[in-house]
Design a protein around this ligand. Structure first.
Ligand code: NAP
Length: 281
């Protein structure tokens, strides 16, 4: 079984991006800039944002974190986004989720100009992705896609099952696999027989949030299995896939931690660079 080492693949991607940033700097005499807006002091968000900043600096991006207390007014955030939309030195804007209850998440997402939407959450980017046009793609499914392609460069005709239909993971993952000519089944909490669906799959992507939902006898021999789940349990962090059981059948499997997680941040950097490149044309 191939253990898909997300840490290693993400490190390789960061190396490639670092080179690309230095080439862009030579060509345009400027580097892509990423601005992250962080509201409140929730520990996980603080850690994510710190890691994003560290990785951005590592590849040579200009990066900035703007912090607000969780009492900040929605209007202040929207005005700041407008200011960043109009700032030519900023290629990508990300507002770290979740937001305090009094701030309308959708309004925030839709205020970010689509060309700087490095999370790929703006309806324009969602629409472009589903129409098969160029767009920013949400970072986690993009990371999953790049890992799948490392194992199997030609996905045409493969049967893929995506477990979970969130806007963040399941839906964009489905679009990416469809674009690669997979036959995709998207499943969710009302799916009648999830085991039977999974048993058909050459590729399974599980993004649910239920510890070890996907069992060993749900997975066809030689399937590629990508585990997006991050679940805190008494036994530490576990994914949505029962790792020990599934590793006996699968051709390739991502571990948790050390699989999808590291790729998410690397893909944020990739999206920032791609936004910069599109803006130069
Ligand atoms: P979410 O928004 O809660 O969506 C979960 C999806 O799973 C929903 O579509 C839901 O179906 C479906 N589901 C729930 N119970 C199910 C069941 N028994 N069988 C089949 N499907 C079921 O979750 P998310 O934001 O996509 O996150 C999923 C997991 O990924 C979480 O553990 C999260 O922490 C993790 N995550 C990891 C990363 C990373 O970087 N590695 C990034 C983001 C998220 P319905 O639509 O019918 O309710």
């Amino acid at each position: 079984m191939i253990l898909i080492d997300g840490k290693k693949i993400a490190a390789e991607l960061r190396e490639e991006l670092k080179l690309e940033v230095s080439e862009l700097k030579n060509k345009y005499n400027k580097v892509p800039g990423l601005t992250v807006i962080l509201i409140g002091d929730m520990a996980p968000s603080q850690i994510y944002v710190r890691n994003k900043e560290k990785s951005a600096n590592e590849v040579g991006l200009k990066s900035e974190v703007i912090k607000y207390p969780d009492t900040v007014e929605e209007k202040t955030i929207l005005e700041k986004i407008e200011e960043l939309n109009n700032d030519e030195s900023i290629s990508g804007i990300l507002v770290q989720l979740p937001l305090p209850k009094h701030i309308d998440k959708q309004k925030v997402i839709e205020t970010i100009i689509p060309s700087k939407d490095v999370d790929g959450f703006h309806p324009m980017n969602v629409g472009n992705l589903s129409s098969g046009y160029e767009s920013s793609v949400p970072c986690t499914p993009l990371g999953c896609y790049l890992m799948i392609k490392k194992i199997e460069p030609n996905l045409s005709g493969k049967k893929a099952v995506v477990v979970g239909r969130s806007n963040l993971n399941g839906k964009p993952m489905t679009q990416l696999l469809l674009k690669e000519n997979c036959t995709v089944t998207i499943t969710h909490s009302r799916t009648k027989d999830l085991k039977a669906e999974c048993l058909e799959a050459d590729i399974i992507v599980a993004a649910v949030g239920i510890p070890e939902l996907v069992k060993g006898d749900w997975v066809k021999k030689d399937a590629i299995v990508i585990d997006v789940g991050i679940n805190k349990t008494e036994n530490g962090l576990v994914g949505d896939v029962a790792f020990d059981e599934v590793s006996k059948n699968a051709k390739a499997l991502t571990p948790v931690p050390g699989g999808v997680g590291p790729m998410t941040i690397a893909c944020l950097l990739k999206n920032t660079i791609d936004c910069f490149k599109r803006a130069q044309i």
